[in-house]
Design a protein around this ligand. Structure first.
Ligand code: SME
Length: 150
């Protein structure tokens, strides 16, 4: 599954006639449609010089959390830790920002451009504990491809 998706992701991201925004949107929709336990897929990016994240393209239910301060929630923690954060059970997290009551698990993988943490991909799942090392490797691949067009 991931091999085909990697190829399709690369095809989408290298469409030079489309805006970066449109390409990221298409990647969110691809991942949400094709991986059954990916129920919300979105990108957050550092908001200029501010110590906060701003929501970018996403697929899934609209969220109120379009701005997230560094350190807050799973996303805000990844903005400062520079490390993947896999949450098998969101109810067990103290520093967590709930977007929808249906969400059971979350994975956030940072996105680096020239070694700098500029944003992240965030996946919410309505399935408990669905994420594996394969998801981490796949999302690292997606972010590395995105980094090339930013
Ligand atoms: N749950 C995230 C907030 C973003 S929503 O999942 C879209 C967090 O705790 O950072």
């Amino acid at each position: 599954m991931y091999q085909t998706l990697q190829a399709e992701t690369t095809t989408i991201l290298t469409k030079a006639d489309q805006t970066v925004e449109d390409r990221l949107q298409a990647v969110c929709e691809l991942l949400k449609a094709r991986i059954p336990y990916y129920d919300w897929v979105g990108f957050y990016f550092k908001n200029g010089d501010k110590e906060e994240l701003k929501l970018g393209p996403y697929a899934g239910t609209p969220t109120d959390h379009t701005i997230i301060p560094f350190g807050k929630g799973i996303c805000g923690q990844v903005a400062v830790s520079n490390e993947n954060f896999v949450v098998p059970d969101v109810a067990a997290q103290d520093n967590y920002i709930a977007c929808s009551i249906s969400v059971k698990a979350e994975i956030v993988v940072p996105l680096f451009v020239n070694g700098e943490n500029v944003g992240q991909i965030d996946i919410d799942s309505d399935t408990p504990d669905p994420f594996t090392k394969e998801d981490e490797r796949f999302l690292e691949f997606v972010n590395a491809q995105v980094a090339k067009i930013l």
